[in-house]
Design a protein around this ligand. Structure first.
Ligand code: ZN
Length: 135
């Protein structure tokens, strides 16, 4: 399925501005961009570091999966995203191998990406995002 790299690491936060002050001020990482992903009821901030990025996710609605995550487990590591060449090919391959998928078809992510989540039951506890970026 041609995995590229760890595209980003997603962190669930209650307050994006407060969280940004840690990443920007304390660590000195420059903010790459803010974006609201209405489909997923989140506001995101991307902070590039090395060849990957930190993605901060703040819920914009109580219905957001991020809001439910924070309510249940508190702020913290939410998912790891691996970049793939072709997300459809990756999903077909994983399904054929009996991997439990949350998304059998890709959905829209931040930055014009197409994403799909793999269930933590199949990954031994980690929510895994597959992420395809426009060429
Ligand atoms: Zn992500």
């Amino acid at each position: 399925m041609n995995l590229k790299n760890v595209d980003h690491i997603g962190i669930a936060v209650s307050n994006l501005q407060e969280s940004l002050s840690f990443w920007e001020t304390s660590l000195g990482i420059e903010l790459h961009g803010l974006e609201e992903v209405t489909e997923q009821h989140v506001r995101t901030a991307f902070l590039p570091i090395g060849g990957t990025e930190i993605e901060l996710l703040e819920p914009t609605s109580p219905d957001s999966t991020i809001a439910k995550f924070i309510e249940k487990r508190g702020e913290g590591l939410h998912h790891i995203a691996i970049r793939v060449d072709d997300i459809e090919v990756a999903l077909v391959e994983l399904k054929a191998k009996g991997v439990q998928l949350i998304d059998e078809t890709p959905r829209g992510g931040a930055g014009g990406t197409r994403i799909a989540f793999v269930h933590p039951k199949s990954t031994h506890g980690v929510l895994l995002e597959l992420c395809e970026r426009k060429k």
